[in-house]
Design a protein around this ligand. Sequence first.
Ligand code: UDP
Length: 462
Amino acid sequence: MERNVELEPCRNKGRIVVLVPLPLQGHMTPMLQLGTILYSKGFTIVVAHSEFRPPNPLNHPEFIFQPLSDNLSGYDAFFMNLLNLISDINAKCRAPLEKYIVQLMQDQKLQHGNEVACIIYDGLLHFVDSVATCVKIPSIVLRPSPAICMHSYHHILQLHAQNLIPFPESRLEEPVPELHPLRFKDLPYPITCEIPERLLDFLASSIDIRSSLAIIWNMADILEHPALSALQQHYKVPFFPIGPFHKMAAATSTSFLEEDRSCIAWLDKQASNSVLYISLGSIACVDEKEMSETAWGLANSGIPFLWVVRSDSVNEKQHWHFPEGFKALVGERGLIVKWAPQKEVLAHRAVGGFWSHCGWNSTFESICEGVPMICRPHFGDQLINARYLTYVWKVGLNIENVLDRESMETTIRRLMLGIEGKEMRKRMLDIKEKLEAGMLKGGSAYESLNDLTEFITSFLAR
Ligand code: UDP
């Protein structure tokens, strides 16, 4: 189903779209995929990126890459430091981006036919909109997470404005009015204690699209129609839900870390639907106790598994060791890698389940391959995605806070061997088919992408 996008290279040739990504894996990936999609529509793609954690240009020889000097080398982008990182990038990349765009526009005057059509930026990088306004180029926001997540930011700010935070612990199970199916405990940031001023500013800034003329979503209308429609009432600009990006774009690696491809040969040797794949994405980490319980849950389940353990997967422990006896007990039945080619892994016939932190990219990738999930959300939109997976789409089991080895073993066996798991797989396949239909001519993602292409092209006619 990949490469559904029709090629129209000539029509938009010379029309430049500048992309400005946030250098976090879950944000960089969809931005580069969007670049690939728009390139296939004939646009020239420039990626203006922070020097900190640059994308690998070798994976995208068709793009022009422009580093923005940021003085952030050596920055430690661990979870607790993310707000600082985002704020520093907003502060430090503004001047170099403006200088670059001005230069680009001057160069265009010399090369007849090249024009900057618009700047598309990650919704957390508000500095880009201010540059776009200064240089009088239209800007568009990319939201890499579901619409209900943005909606929930509005709600948290509303609760704060009504002095309802700290919110009572005893009411966390109650449904959030207007945000069905979320409960207060599913909101992306904790509300039972005071929210720091910096976080409030961050939430307010990330729901403000400023002068941007549209929002692009890595989302499919069939998955989130009510949330997209509700949000559309608030933002009076066009929405383009053209996901799943990774299926609309040709497959190319977008990883910061090197993918260990040895796992594909290992998967080739396993029976169909027999392997549980475990990954917590690029940022989430667990404490030593949870890591050890997970190891024993996997070992005792008897299920073959492929487990991604990053060097920073364990809180504050760069050198965590597997429990004694674990590797001997597991033998060839389990494979551990530092980083996997995840999309390929999920598409492999041997993979029958995905234990995930429920980041949106991972969630969407799993849905697109019909792989049911075990949900272990950590923070942010992961809590929302887990709620949808378990309660709305009914394609995932939630392990919530029951993190001992026995419950983990039972949950793994329920998913991989039980009737529940089979039913979830059927439901996943059903959603997968609907998503595939959306990418075909006449489908919602397909049509929305055509509308987006027209929209961007229309800027140049003005
Ligand atoms: N990923 C990968 N290999 C791994 C683990 C993750 O390629 O071993 C990719 C995964 O396919 C997804 C991205 O990293 O595209 C993680 O994004 P997500 O939104 O799921 O989570 P985040 O890392 O932002 O928390």
